[in-house]
Design a protein around this ligand. Structure first.
Ligand code: NQM
Length: 359
């Protein structure tokens, strides 16, 4: 039936990513059926995703599934699904803070929440990591205003600001901010910091791999030797993070760190984990930020830290991303006291999507 009539879908650019947003009630309740449908909607598996909505890149092959939240502390539940490009997988093992930027506006567009006359606040339960975020954005006369003056690197032009404030991101996938129990480990002959402030990540000094750290994503992706080396480090580090066998998963991410070059705190290159990010994820940047602030970590000595309370400039291949992260040390170790960032989003189309038939 759905294949004939199409499925209601809002297609949005959210942060530096792009994805298809659905009401949970418009998708099959059975996860296997749902994922099969999403593969056919996105055009996966196919390196060009020519027969679907996917944009032939992990950053544009993303899905958000949103429902009213049964939880008193949240307005909506947000489930993020990463859809493979050339391989047929759909995974809920990672969260996505860029796609999160579209969730509040989607909730207003679909009438899940009553918009305020000037501004709307949406409390979002991030189902993948069992943690919360609050989105605040302009809704003059109760309508989402996607336009505005905020530029984010990696997206041309400007758009309306969406303020994202996070709670409970530290250890949300692994149980601890530093899931190996240390701020510095040695894995497969290289020093690493394993950190999780919403996105399990392995931080590595670019120089330790013979890199400058400002190489282009294309150059890094085409370096087969580097790919093999990173794969080995990632699989070993993941075991120390309690993530088990991660050979076929998208977490943990790997981030190469080098000294800042453009006035920020640190320069980064993020592996997703195979393709290299053209900017950096939101939770990825918040995780790098928390990692840098812990004395003794791999990034601590490399970073040029701003005065406490000032944003941390995370440099990436297409500019920089200012994140607001604060970390305190306590007798029990480091604790994250603030994680916040600004993003923008834009509604591209609202309509019905027609999945290709089962192959
Ligand atoms: O870290 C890509 C993205 C992301 C994730 C990825 C993200 C985040 O930029 O919060 O946004 O790491 O796979 O969309």
């Amino acid at each position: 039936m759905a294949a004939v009539e199409g499925i209601p879908c809002l297609y949005m650019r959210a942060g530096t990513s792009k994805g298809a947003f659905f009401l949970a009630s418009d998708l099959p309740a059975d996860p296997e059926e749902r994922d099969n449908l999403l593969l056919r909607i996105m055009g996966t598996p196919d390196p060009r995703q020519i027969d679907g909505l996917g944009g032939a890149d992990p950053l544009t092959s993303k899905v958000a599934v949103i429902a009213p939240s049964p939880d008193n502390g949240a307005d909506v539940n947000y489930l993020f699904l990463q859809v493979g490009v050339d391989s047929a997988f759909v995974t809920d093992r990672q969260n996505c803070g860029n796609i999160l930027a579209g969730v509040g506006p989607f909730a207003v567009e679909r009438g899940l929440i009553q918009a305020g006359n000037e501004q709307t606040e949406v409390r979002i339960r991030m189902v993948n990591t069992d943690s919360n975020a609050t989105a605040r954005f302009a809704t003059p006369d109760g309508v989402v205003d996607y336009n505005g003056g905020l530029a984010i690197d990696g997206v041309p032009g400007t758009a309306g600001a969406i303020q994202l404030d996070f709670e409970g991101t530290a250890g949300s996938s692994t149980g601890a901010l530093f899931p190996s129990g240390n701020v510095l480990d040695r894995v497969d002959g290289v020093d690493v910091t394993c950190v999780d402030n919403g996105m399990p990540t392995v931080l590595i000094r670019a120089a330790d791999l013979g890199l400058r750290g400002d190489e282009s994503p294309a150059d890094l992706e085409s370096d087969g030797g580097l790919g093999d080396r990173l794969r080995g480090v990632r699989v070993e580090a993941a075991k120390m993070m309690g993530l088990g066998d991660v050979t076929d998963t998208t977490v943990p991410k790997l981030v190469l760190l080098s000294p800042p070059r453009a006035g920020g705190a640190i320069a980064t290159r993020s592996f997703l984990p195979v393709r290299v990010h053209t900017s950096i994820g939101v939770l990825g940047a918040l995780t790098v930020g928390a990692g840098l602030l812990a004395e003794g970590s791999i990034g601590y000595g490399l970073a040029v830290l701003p005065s406490p309370g000032s944003p941390l400039g995370i440099e990436h291949p297409t500019g920089h991303f200012d994140v607001d992260v604060a970390v305190d040390s306590s007798p029990d170790g480091f604790i994250v006291t603030r994680s916040a960032a600004l993003r923008t989003a834009r509604k591209i189309f609202d309509g019905r999507v027609f999945p290709r038939p089962r192959l």
